[in-house]
Design a protein around this ligand. Structure first.
Ligand code: MN
Ligand code: MN
Length: 271
């Protein structure tokens, strides 16, 4: 089989694409298992194993205009990464849908900060990532949602099952909704007040049986099939999505799931 170093569906230039995929291979603060800097390319390799027809949404993905724009430079400090993401996104128009390949969860902050749109930050994650600092760092993957909350965004947590009392109290003080499972009908009401959704998928939200190669695995997670119904109901409102916290996986189970979810997101978003 022919395998290239770009996402298999990439067929358009940056300006004409409806979907823009890019990687942010940053993983300097991962606390348990590291190595998510390799994930963007592993997800790209996995994409070549997948058929280009969506059987869930009846969409031929080869008809979509997709551009894999490569990876953002992550040399230097995280503040430099923030600047690099911002200058990359300056060339992306509002009509284009963004798919980001992490990297650790921290990269989400750089993307949200650069977009500055009127959306809610909807995060699938076993954790709340609401610590004010961790390991003496404020830009740490355990602090992502705290930093995003400081930008003024509302946050909705799905699949959360591992956090401290302080994080819970902070979430409650800000009125953020926390769901251990996906309650679709309730979500319809909650999301109806927002113009758009920024979807962040920290892969530890899934049960380790489905996504074993994540930085901080957590038992009793979601079955990834719930994402198909989620896309069916909500993808029309998603302006950007990221997949984060995937570490190296010789079995390719985790990057394969990631690629598949990106395929199905794009299929559902195109109809
Ligand atoms: Mn996270
Ligand atoms: Mn997590």
């Amino acid at each position: 089989m022919h395998i290239d170093s770009y996402f298999s569906l990439s067929n358009s230039d940056l300006r004409s694409a409806d979907f823009v995929i890019f990687g942010i291979p940053y993983d300097r603060t991962q606390s348990f298992r590291s190595g998510s800097r390799f994930a963007p390319n592993e997800i790209r390799i996995a994409s070549w194993n997948l058929e280009s027809y969506s059987t869930f949404f009846d969409v031929d993905l080869e008809c979509l205009k997709v551009c894999d724009a490569g990876n953002v430079n992550v040399d230097g400090r995280f503040e430099d990464v923030i600047g690099n993401v911002e200058s990359f996104l300056k060339d992306i128009s509002k009509r284009q849908i963004i798919v980001v390949l992490g990297g650790e969860h921290t990269i989400s902050y750089a993307v949200v900060k650069a977009l500055k749109d009127n959306f809610c930050y909807l995060v699938f994650d076993a954790h709340l990532d609401l610590r004010d600092s961790f390991d003496n760092e404020v830009y740490n993957h355990a602090c992502t949602c705290r930093r995003i909350s400081e930008l003024g965004f509302d946050i909705i947590f799905i699949g959360a099952r591992s956090y401290t009392k302080e994080e819970l109290e902070f979430a409650r003080s800000r009125g953020f909704k926390i769901y251990r499972d996906v309650k679709f009908d309730e979500l319809e009401d909650v999301l109806s007040v927002y113009d758009g959704i920024y979807l962040s998928i920290d892969f530890d939200v899934f049960d380790p049986a489905y996504a074993p190669a994540v930085s901080t695995p957590e038992p009793f997670g979601l079955n990834p099939i719930v994402m198909i119904e989620f896309f069916d109901r909500f993808s029309k409102n998603i302006v950007a999505m990221d997949v984060v916290e995937i570490v190296q996986d010789p079995s390719y189970v985790t990057p394969m799931l990631s690629s598949k979810l990106i395929f199905e997101f794009m299929a559902s978003r195109s109809i």
